[in-house]
Design a protein around this ligand. Sequence first.
Ligand code: SF4
Length: 315
Amino acid sequence: MEKIKLGISACLLGENVRYDGGHKLDRFLTDTLGQYVEYVPVCPEVECGLSVPREPMHLEGDPDSPRLVTTRTQEDMTERMIQWARKRVVDLEKEDLFGFIFKSDSPSSGMERVKVYNEKGMPVKKGVGMFARIFMEHYSLLPVEDEGRLHDPKLRENFLERIFTLKRWREVLEKKGSRGTLIDFHTKHKLLILSHSPKHYQIMGKLVARAKDIPLKELYQKYQTILMEALQLKATPKKNGNVLMHMMGYFKGQLSSDEKQELLEVIDHYRQDYIPLIVPMTLINHYVRKYDQPYLKQQVYLNPHPLELQLRNHV
Ligand code: SF4
């Protein structure tokens, strides 16, 4: 499989770029996810011309529009960082990134809940790192996460599902697709989309139904925007449970009452967080294969990302 390009805060790869000359190596990102991903490292503080080691800095002032200031000498780095970041995000366009993994809590790289100090020196965790803010404004639909949040299995699953779906979508774009290609993509992703957002599922269904009346370029742009918005919403046990029940409906005529009862129990246990999603999925997959169910066997939802990442093994 061709590797997926993700931007990443350089210190997470073990590069010694932090203010104290250290790093924040994250083994999941390098050793596990790294098998599928080609990283494009970015260290805003070093790339904007600061040295290693350097004086630490933090955010100050209005949390919506803070200043980036060194903590001891109070040197204001705001303009320097903004000028550099605006150029860098444009420069990154040539990398065709599928997303970005930020270092949490950093005044330059943190994507949320970064400390911003008021005039009394008291912090509120409401800020966004300078570079992260400019990146997210420039690439508003690209999946982004920080390494701290990626330790939460549900957030990790959601982020990586978005990345792998975006990869499949870009493969469609590369083929300079027709309406038929888009409809085929949509058909295969129906249950995946439903697991994230029944509302977006409906909207996308209507869009695809009108496909022949919409200029091709506009159709692709609209579809991509709604797809990315849908996947931003997390698939919950309740939403997944509904999709599993929907899938069970395809075996009405084939399963014995005992088998139906067993599947219902497994889905119910999953909904109650007693067992991970992989358990009902494995059982459904078994029936899809056994009965060669034509609609379900093409559904990406059954297998949306590499099994080795174990993204559906959590409760
Ligand atoms: S958090 Fe960002 S600015 Fe700080 S060392 Fe890591 S990559 Fe560089």
